[in-house]
Design a protein. Structure first.
Length: 261
């Protein structure tokens, strides 16, 4: 606290004596207050899921979106400050089109993630600005049909993942994914969706109406990616299935316990 009081958290460009950039760390704290988002990479699809906040009674909920499309084959989910995400999203979309115009090929997931991460990093290194208060999950397919999932944070670092979570309670969800992600088990769209929903239900209460799920698949013959938002009724079916499995598992454990006694 004494280091912070001495002014090292006032300017974005100042390192503290023990090597911290406090404004970047504060931006990461803003992300932790955001809605939970999860991404899972299957063998033939990618799934993004986010916790849907309750909207005001008279508000149009279509205007409250945490998952957006950057290009036909690129999706992004974010956690943190929505207004910051809107600026980043607009710049990423322009870059996707610019790349296509120049290279005559769709943008690769690695390239667009590096662009987004580079933009975030620039905002940590010049005075008079503040870092973006968002983390992003960027997912989709490269033009050879390979599924990808990347995560970027406010400092501008990025990594590729098989499955990951950002936002509030991300640690709990990530630990769940580490225990339950098996590459051979996510070889169908249904299994991948189920894992994403199961992970979100670790921290989200009251079932399917509080979830937003987007699925992207790759059509080999047409050589293009196709994305769709899942209907609430379809999400509810998966939620019911997951809850039934949990109940059966609990009953089985109870039975085993009583047998041991």
């Amino acid at each position: 606290n004494s280091i912070r009081m001495s002014g090292y958290d006032h300017a974005i460009t100042l390192f503290s004596p023990d090597g911290h950039l406090f404004q970047v760390e504060y931006a990461q704290e803003a992300v932790k207050k955001g809605s939970t988002a999860v991404g899972v990479r299957g063998s033939n699809c990618v799934v993004l899921g986010v916790e849907k906040k309750a909207v005001a009674k008279l508000q149009e909920d279509r205007t409250v979106r945490k998952i957006c499309q950057l290009d036909e084959h690129v999706l992004m989910a974010f956690s943190g400050l929505t207004a910051d995400a809107r600026v980043l999203m607009r710049q990423a979309r322009v870059e996707c089109q610019s790349y296509k115009l120049t290279m005559e090929d769709p943008v690769t997931l690695d390239y667009i993630t590096r662009h987004v991460a580079g933009l975030k990093q620039r905002y940590t290194q010049s005075a008079g600005r503040r870092p973006f208060g968002i983390s992003c999950l960027i997912t989709g397919f490269d033009y050879d049909g390979t599924p990808r999932l990347y995560q970027t944070d406010p400092s501008g670092t990025y990594h590729e993942w098989k499955a990951n979570a950002i936002g509030r309670n991300a640690k709990t969800v990530r630990e769940f994914l580490e225990k339950n992600y098996v590459a051979n088990d996510v070889n169908t769209e249904a299994a991948t969706v189920k894992l994403a929903i199961k992970a979100l239900l670790e921290v989200v209460q009251s079932g399917g109406k509080n979830l937003e799920i987007c699925v992207m698949t790759y059509e080999g013959e047409a050589n293009r990616a196709k994305s769709r938002m899942m209907e609430v009724a379809d999400i509810e079916k998966v939620v019911a299935e997951v809850e039934k499995e949990k109940e059966e598992e609990a009953a089985q454990k109870k039975k085993e316990k009583s047998e041991k006694k």
